[in-house]
Design a protein around this ligand. Structure first.
Ligand SMILES: Nc1ncnc2c1ncn2[C@@H]1O[C@H](COP(=O)(O)OP(=O)(O)O)[C@@H](O)[C@H]1O
Ligand SMILES: [Mg+2]
Length: 231
């Protein structure tokens, strides 16, 4: 596999992982790169004539420029919007990180980058024994942390960063996403994030409901693509 991968995690669910993953995918495309996408495990989907479909997986697939089947993008798709380990147990399915890893490698054969979006936060369980962190580790790619800028994010961002490092996954950086209307004292909070995380954000995404569906993070993608770290 010649492709490079990146695992998009976040400080919580609903912090903007999908928005950022799609925007980075468009950013890599703007650099002329072939970008495959994965939402390996999704819980919360609708029944269609073709089977279960999850909105995150569809949004990622729409942003990608590498042809793939729905099942390649989202091998584990569960209907109820609950923790994946509960949805998987209900469905009698074992989420197998090795199957996901093989799918990831196959997608990477025809791509320069594979952008992978986790479900929930970094330690969200995918089975009785494994979490999203184990999946990122199994894929062998660095984790990019989306910080949902809101009250509580200073704590959640540090916890997530520490947990990424504790799992032995390399940290690709963080993106500040304003998924909600501005929080109080936002500039001081952003300065605190930069100080506590020890590095500036790769990008700041403004609160922009109308622009997020087409947003392209070209500069952040270029910085990731130019990075020489081992991923
Ligand atoms: N920068 C932003 N501006 C406006 N709305 C946003 C922004 N980022 C995320 N959202 C909205 O917040 C919600 C959660 O974002 P999403 O990317 O789905 O989060 P996650 O993938 O982490 O669950 C979605 O409705 C999304 O459109
Ligand atoms: Mg999402």
């Amino acid at each position: 596999m010649t492709a490079r991968g990146i695992f998009i995690t976040g400080t919580d669910t609903e912090v903007g992982k999908t928005v950022v993953a799609c925007a980075l995918t468009r950013g890599f495309k703007a650099l002329g790169l072939r970008v495959a996408v994965m939402k390996p495990v999704a819980a919360g989907s609708v029944r269609t004539a073709s089977g279960l479909r999850n909105a995150d997986a569809l949004a990622l697939a729409a942003a990608s420029n590498v042809p793939s089947t729905y099942e390649q993008v989202n091998p584990y798709c569960f209907e109820p919007p609950v923790s994946p380990h509960i949805a998987a147990k209900d469905a009698g399915i074992n989420v197998d990180a090795d199957i996901i890893r093989r799918g990831f490698i196959a997608l990477g054969q025809s791509a320069d980058w594979v952008v992978v979006e986790g479900a929930g936060g970094w330690l969200a369980p995918i089975s009785e024994r494994q979490t999203m962190a184990d999946l990122a580790w199994a894929l062998g790619v660095p984790a990019l942390m989306v910080v949902g800028v809101k009250l509580g994010c200073l704590n959640h961002a540090q916890l997530t960063r520490l947990a990424i490092e504790a799992r032995g996954v390399s940290f690709a950086g963080w993106i500040a996403n304003h998924a909600q209307a501005p929080m109080a004292r936002v500039e001081e909070n952003l300065a605190a994030l930069e100080r506590l995380l020890g590095e500036p954000a790769l990008a700041h995404v403004a609160y922009s409901p109308r622009e997020t569906p087409t947003l392209a993070l070209a500069e952040a993608a270029a910085r990731l693509a130019g990075s020489t770290s081992a991923f």
